[in-house]
Design a protein around this ligand. Structure first.
Ligand code: AMP
Length: 363
């Protein structure tokens, strides 16, 4: 059985690494010959909207999935008619536009920050008046890892925000004074079986995920997150892994965004859960029985961004597992991560502090 993955980034690479023990093979579509997936599968070189290359991928595999969200829907619709394409194209399309995504959340009674579409400076002035300042102006499309965002802290920032981002359709959101950020990862198979991982608590800096701690135990928040995620899975008749990121404010969840794919905040599941998010995604799109999502002990995941400390120093940290993505170092580039998996929350926090110190030394 061969699986095609659009995008050969680290997520695609980890999907393939999880699929090999199941006897599966992988072919990627990516513009770059030396993308992280290249070391674990064949790469068909091409842009994500190159219908000829997409067709080549479809011919070479039995099922198609993706590891990135910026795959043009109109291009993949052609191959989705020829080979199973999962998660559904509709989920991919809706998650590409923050306005569509947040409108869907609200339709499904999933709380969000107040938001408004912004297509002109006047729209922005009106939105800031109605929703209030502080707020965040974001591009509707192609924003990730904090790119395409401008925090409006005072009225004088409005014009600067418009100048910085105004060339494309935007959304203005109320600023959420959150206590913490969490994400839930769920998985639904083509046979309709559904499972949820425990919440992960995520710390971002400049919009990029730095580290996650899991399981983050809160029965009430877990229940809310599962209820919200179930509605999305049902809405799309979904298959595969889906992630929702939330803000936590006064014990309630406020949805920020969803990703119709495996997620950085779920990397801890490779060592910290009975079945990783990557293996469960593959099981789900093939209609195989899903694996247990129960956590094993306590885990933390730390991203290496821009630089990686010396391997020997990383491996000295108790309970650590290291994952390199095989990328050339570059500013703000996710190059790898490590997971700590230990028996107690105290030992996890000690090891995480040790790793953060190492990382700061490398920066
Ligand atoms: P995003 O690109 O929407 O995932 O945002 C990246 C990060 O920016 C989030 O994880 C938050 O830390 C912060 N952020 C985004 N939107 C808001 C908001 N409406 N209020 C407060 N912080 C936000």
């Amino acid at each position: 059985m061969k699986i095609g993955i659009i995008g050969a980034g680290q997520l695609g690479r980890m999907l393939a690494l999880a699929g090999y023990p199941l006897g599966l093979q992988f072919v990627f579509l990516d513009q770059s010959e030396d993308a992280p997936g290249a070391q674990v599968g064949r790469i068909i070189r091409g842009a994500f909207d190159d219908t000829q290359r997409l067709g080549e991928l479809a011919d070479a595999v039995d099922v198609i999935t993706f590891d990135v969200e910026n795959v043009p829907v109109s291009a993949v619709e052609t191959i989705a008619a020829r080979k199973p394409f999962l998660p559904p194209v509709r989920a991919l399309g809706d998650s590409q536009d923050r306005l569509v995504e947040k409108t869907l959340f609200n339709k499904l009674k999933i709380p969000t920050a107040p938001f408004a579409a912004v297509d002109s400076l006047e729209d922005l002035q009106k939105a800031a008046k109605k929703i209030g300042i502080p707020g965040v102006l974001k591009t509707r499309r192609l924003g990730y890892d904090g790119r395409g965002q401008f925090f409006v802290r005072k009225s004088a920032d409005i014009e600067a925000a418009w100048k910085a981002l105004g060339a494309v359709p935007l959304i203005y959101e109320g600023f959420v004074d959150f206590r913490r950020e969490v994400s839930i990862i769920g998985v639904r198979s083509t046979a309709g079986e559904t499972r949820f991982y425990p919440l992960s608590a995520n710390t971002h800096e400049s919009g990029i995920l730095r580290y996650s701690i899991a399981p983050y135990r809160s029965a009430s928040l877990q229940r809310q997150a599962e209820t919200h995620l179930k509605r999305i899975l049902k809405h799309f008749d979904y298959a595969g892994v889906l992630t929702i990121e939330f803000f936590v404010k006064r014990g309630r969840l406020i949805a920020n965004e969803m990703a119709p794919r495996v997620h950085n905040s779920g990397h801890w599941t490779i060592e910290g859960a009975r079945t990783s998010q990557f293996e469960n995604h593959i099981r789900a799109i093939l209609g195989l029985p899903l694996g247990s999502t129960s956590p094993i002990g306590h885990s933390a995941m730390l991203n290496f961004i821009g630089q990686i400390p010396t391997l020997g120093n990383i491996l000295r940290v108790p309970g650590v597992h290291f994952h390199s993505y095989g990328k050339e170092p570059r500013h703000n580039r996710k190059l790898g991560h490590c997971t700590i998996n230990v028996a107690s929350a105290g030992a996890r926090d000690r090891a995480l502090r040790q790793l953060v110190r190492l990382k700061m030394g490398a920066d």
